[in-house]
Design a protein around this ligand. Structure first.
Ligand SMILES: Nc1ncnc2c1ncn2[C@@H]1O[C@H](COP(=O)(O)OP(=O)(O)OP(=O)(O)O)[C@@H](O)[C@H]1O
Length: 627
């Protein structure tokens, strides 16, 4: 999709608001035509060249009325402008967020969180600016056409001599705006680097302190800030230089008018009223040229921003950004996605670009339905989950998993184990659709799962990540994440996750604020909170990624025991190298370098697999064991 097409699609999202804004600013920009004529009439009246029935005070009253009218018009113009701007920026942000939320969880954004924030904030603002400035063009062009006609009819020669040099100066300056594109891209990139460096510093304060790396980190930050300062100064310099050319062209024009008018007035062919009209209109003509400059600058910057917004989509079609969607204002319209935008249509891959707004609206509608449908979807009870040839390699390292086959029967307990970096986490993520699998098939009761990311959610499955995140909220809300607190399931989940003693020790129990702005929980508490978050959900398949990284042997043993006892018919897929999990497992898969090295029960593997024996005995040797 080209920038022009992007522009057009933003315009088409709320055409009524766009055209109302355009109309308002057309009137605002053309109103000075009238004021100029009244001013001319005033001076002509004083010179005796014009007769007005209500005298000089009548003309003055007209001037005041015109000024007041313009104030009202401008106030209205700001309202239409803000209304339109808000709608398109809300649409862009909403669609991007919906897409981020639909992407495979482990690869939701293609950049650092700091860079993503800068895309959401600055690039959307830039697009909004370009759209808003475009409406000024029409009014100002209208003004120039009519004013040129009036001025030429007064004095063609003077009009020519005044306006032609002016247009040449500004056009020459305008050519330089191509440079802006380069400098703006550089300053944006430098700003994004600084923002992400700040966010990394804040989230890694402890790591920086324990490594004694404060001064090195600050030096690195200084380097990034210096690079940003340099590119910002270049960007500002060229922008301000252009702006000063535009602004000073008024003074240049005024000077020319005064010189020429002096000669003409001596010969009696030019009145004071004519002079006032030329000078008055000149200001607005220059404003047009400067606004054309601004618009072209914003349009070029919009091209850069559009490129960056497209990058956020990670290869998904660009029309997703502008797909009609309900933004929470007014009534929902035909063709607007209700819940989620068409982020996953085409599987997040570079699907063929939608050729028309109609196709985009249709896809958005369908994906909205798909997303709504996915939220309500309940698959038939799990009998067997089969995985064949599952493959995912990280593009950055080429490592990951290859050709993994799995079979999980209803109620079974399967443990995936292996050395550090053998691909355990990758396997779980690729299975759950948190990473986009490159190959392989997943079948639930023999039926192929087409979109694992949409399918492997409650009530089908629930997952505890290796490094879970908590929100700044009450412990209770962190576990429930919006589920109703009824039927005692929360207490059951806390018990199963071995959290009951921890909750009893917290001053406000489940109402304790936790997360970044609350009480800091230990790593083990965070992990068990996440386990409780998973267990409180009614799921047929529970997937745990390595709890042993933060739990002591005894707590983990308790957790597995309770799970074995209370899980009922639920199926479990667990990453662990603890005996408590391994010895209870129906089936164990040993991974090495992303492939299955051996599989079987603990007993079988102890007999045949060296890697498994190392893992099994590792727990008994504290120096190499993770406990
Ligand atoms: N985001 C990533 N980008 C590139 N390579 C990655 C990424 N995450 C993991 N890898 C690589 O993929 C391989 C498998 O990683 P994975 O995290 O699945 O291993 P693991 O067995 O879960 O390790 P651990 O026991 O440490 O949790 C490793 O070699 C790792 O370096």
């Amino acid at each position: 999709m080209s920038t022009r097409h992007f522009f057009w699609r933003l315009l088409s999202y709320r055409p009524v608001f766009y055209f109302a804004n355009l109309f308002a600013w057309m009137i605002i920009h053309m109103a000075p035509l009238l004021v100029g004529l009244i001013t001319k009439a005033f001076f002509d009246y004083l010179e005796g060249n014009y007769d007005f029935p209500y005298g000089v005070w009548g003309i003055a009253a007209l001037l005041v009325a015109a000024a007041l009218g313009r104030i009202v018009l401008i106030a209205g113009g700001f309202w239409t402008d803000a209304s339109y701007r808000f709608r398109i920026s809300a649409l862009l942000r909403r669609n991007m967020l919906a897409h981020v939320l639909k992407e495979p969880g482990a690869k939701a954004i293609p950049c650092s969180p700091g860079e993503a924030i800068s895309n959401f904030r600055d690039d959307v603002d830039q697009s909004e600016e370009a759209m808003s400035w475009s409406v000024d063009m029409f009014g100002l062009i209208g003004f120039v056409i009519v004013s040129s006609y009036i001025l030429i009819s007064i004095d063609g020669q003077m009009t020519f001599f005044v306006f032609v040099p002016l247009i040449l100066v500004v056009t020459a300056a305008q050519v330089a705006t191509t440079r802006i594109q380069k400098y703006r891209a550089a300053s944006r990139a430098a700003t994004a680097k600084v923002t992400s460096s700040i966010s990394e510093m804040f989230s890694n304060v402890q790591a920086i302190q324990v490594a004694g790396a404060e001064s090195r980190i600050v030096r690195r930050f200084e380097r990034l800030s210096d690079a940003r300062r340099e590119s910002m100064v270049k960007d500002k310099l060229i922008t301000e230089a252009l702006s000063s050319v535009f602004t000073n062209s008024v003074n240049l024009g005024t000077g020319l008018i005064l010189v020429l008018a002096g000669y003409k007035m001596r010969s009696g062919t030019f009145s004071v009223g004519d002079l006032s009209l030329f000078i008055y209109y000149l200001t607005f003509v220059t404003q047009l040229i400067s606004n054309v400059g601004n618009f072209m600058t914003f349009y070029k910057q919009m091209a850069i921003s559009f490129g960056r917004l497209k990058d956020m989509l990670q290869g998904a079609p660009a029309w997703i950004l502008t797909a009609p969607a309900y933004i929470g204002l007014g009534k929902r319209r035909w063709g607007e996605a209700a819940v989620a935008v068409a982020g996953n249509v085409g599987g997040g891959t570079a699907a063929a670009d939608a050729k028309s707004a109609k196709a985009a609206a249709k896809a958005a509608r369908e994906s909205g339905r798909a997303a709504e449908g996915a939220a309500e979807y309940r698959a038939e009870p799990l009998q067997v989950l089969e995985v064949r040839g599952l493959t995912y390699r990280y593009p950055e390292t080429g490592r990951g998993i290859q050709d993994i086959d799995l079979r999980l029967a209803r109620g079974s307990f399967t443990v995936v184990t292996g050395m550090i970096g053998s691909g355990k986490t990758t396997l779980l993520r690729a299975l759950l659709g948190l990473l986009p699998a490159e190959g392989g098939e997943i079948a639930w009761n023999g039926r192929r799962v087409e979109a694992p990311a949409d399918f492997f959610v409650p009530p089908q499955s629930a997952y505890t990540a290796q490094i879970p995140r908590l929100y700044s909220d009450k412990l209770r809300n962190n576990i429930l994440l919006g589920l109703p607190d009824d039927g005692g399931s929360l207490e059951q989940a806390l018990h199963a996750a071995v959290m009951e003693d921890d909750v009893a020790q917290l001053q406000h129990g489940l109402d304790t604020m936790v997360g970044p702005r609350g009480v800091k929980l230990s790593g083990g508490q965070v992990q068990r909170t996440a386990a409780a978050r998973m267990l409180v959900r009614d799921a047929q398949l529970y997937v745990f990624d390595d709890l042993s990284s933060a739990l002591d042997v005894e707590t983990e043993r308790k957790l597995w025991e309770r799970l074995f006892r209370d899980r009922g018919e639920a199926t479990c897929l667990v990453v662990s190298h603890r005996k408590a999990a391994l010895s209870h497992a129906d089936h164990i898969i040993v991974l090495k370098d992303g492939t299955i090295e051996a599989e079987g029960t603990a007993e079988q593997l102890l007999a045949v697999s060296d890697s498994f024996r190392q893992l099994w005995h590792g727990e008994e040797r504290p120096a190499s064991g993770p406990a």
